[in-house]
Design a protein around this ligand. Structure first.
Ligand SMILES: *Cc1c(COP(=O)(O)O)cnc(C)c1O
Length: 413
């Protein structure tokens, strides 16, 4: 399943994207349910035959309709806030297959997760261990805990999405983690059941992941030898996707296979937390050209999607392929695609060669299903984009475009 031209119109599954733009306007995020299922099933199949749980990382795309597609597939979920758990439960997910990650969980979020019976907490500091123990005690429950180890492996990715190095804020340094485990194991309201790690995102090579898993498994052996009831390892997410034509990424099958071998011999349950690799390629952001403009010899196309809709180019200098929705034979031009927001950093693509653009042309910004809408804001008092889910030959609005009334909801004079 792909986004591809059919009769000259960009389509996905059985739906032509011009139809969506006509019905919903632009900018609009479009997600293919079929592609999301395909990716989830690739993880599921790659781990079949050993104890496992695929926990989709909700922060990549937290739309209820997307979560519901995954919940129906039997996915678990990796959450980083109480709000994400709220979404998972609303979408039909089960708390028992939720892992709660994140470096700054608040006591009320922890309480909410304990009351709903999440599978386990991925705990990141001594201070958090103590709060977790206290809140579990108050609730009369025993919380299951994995400590997030920082294995000091370089994921070779953008510095903002690298998390597994000593200098990052994440996890507990592997050189001191055994003491942290002893501390957690001594808490009366905690049961230490796992080891977790997540070293970064958009990794285009599986060797750092394999190295991290080797370190984690070696740690598990030591912890088990000291009597701790470790029954699962959480390998995190982070597998990269192809943002650029010609970029090489390992397939889900290949990346999981490389890690699986190391875990399988231990008999432990393998938890994985993929986000981007499940939803990124399933999504595009549809946008229209508002104006053309030439400044000092440079061509600009001002489009109606901006950094508030998709911040990845501004934040990470990320590259997204962009194609016209109607296949075009117009002569090529080199152009910067920029949004209406009042910031020079508001660009979506620079020096891009595209068929000559005109006002009203529809464009698709590809690989926008992950960290797109979820990172959107209302900057410049722009309502957030609509979101549409395509499934087979039909599509439906999964989130309405925000209105001006939505913009001021909760505010008072
Ligand atoms: C963000 C995150 C993920 C998902 O990462 P992807 O790169 O989207 O696969 C998984 N686990 C944790 C702890 C995360 O913070």
């Amino acid at each position: 399943m792909h986004y591809e031209y059919r009769q000259g119109r960009l389509s996905v599954e059985g739906v032509d994207l011009t139809e969506i733009a006509e019905a919903c306007g632009t900018p609009t995020y479009v997600y293919s349910a079929g592609m999301i299922r395909e990716r989830y099933r690739a993880y599921d199949a790659a781990l079949a035959g050993m104890p496992n749980q695929v926990c989709y990382a909700v922060k990549a795309n937290s739309n209820l309709a997307v979560l519901a597609v995954l919940a129906q597939e039997g996915a678990g979920f990796d959450i980083v806030s109480g709000g994400e758990l709220f979404r998972v439960l609303k979408a039909g997910g089960h708390a028992a297959s939720v892992v709660f990650s994140g470096v700054g969980k608040k006591p009320d979020e922890i309480r909410y997760a304990i009351e709903h019976g999440v599978h386990s907490f991925n705990c990141e500091s001594y201070a958090e261990i103590e709060v977790l123990n206290r809140v579990a005690g108050e609730a009369g429950k025993i919380a299951h805990v994995a400590l997030r180890v920082n294995p000091d492996v370089n994921p070779v990715t953008h510095e903002y999405i690298s998390t597994g190095l000593k200098e990052n804020k994440f996890g507990i340094d592997i050189s001191v983690i055994e003491a942290a485990y002893a501390h957690a194991a001594a808490q009366p309201h905690l049961k230490v059941t796992g080891v977790s790690c997540h070293i970064g995102s958009q990794m285009l090579d599986s060797s750092p992941m394999v190295e991290a898993v080797e370190r984690v498994v070696a740690l598990v052996r030591k912890l088990q030898a000291s009597g701790l009831p470790i029954d699962h390892v959480d390998l995190g997410g982070g597998l990269g996707v192809k943002y650029r034509e010609g970029e090489q990424t390992p397939s889900i099958a290949a990346a999981v296979q490389a890690m699986r071998q190391i875990v399988e011999q231990t008999g432990l349950k393998a938890v994985v937390e993929p986000g981007r690799s499940i939803v990124a390629e399933a999504g595009v952001l549809l946008t229209s050209v508002l104006y053309r403009k030439n400044n000092g010899g440079k061509e600009f196309a001002i489009i109606d999607a901006a950094m508030n809709d998709l911040i990845r180019p501004s934040l990470y200098k990320a590259f997204h392929e962009i194609t016209p929705v109607l296949e075009s034979t117009a002569p090529p031009m080199e152009v910067d695609l920029v949004g209406p927001v009042c910031e020079s950093g508001d660009w979506i693509a620079k020096s891009r060669t595209l068929p000559t653009l005109n006002s009203g042309d529809l464009l698709a910004i590809h690989t926008a299903g992950a960290y797109g809408f979820g990172m959107a804001s209302n900057y410049n008092s722009r309502g957030r984009a609509a979101e549409v889910l395509v499934d087979g030959d039909t599509f439906r609005v999964a989130r309405q475009r925000e209105s001006w009334d939505d913009l001021v909801r909760g505010e008072s004079l």
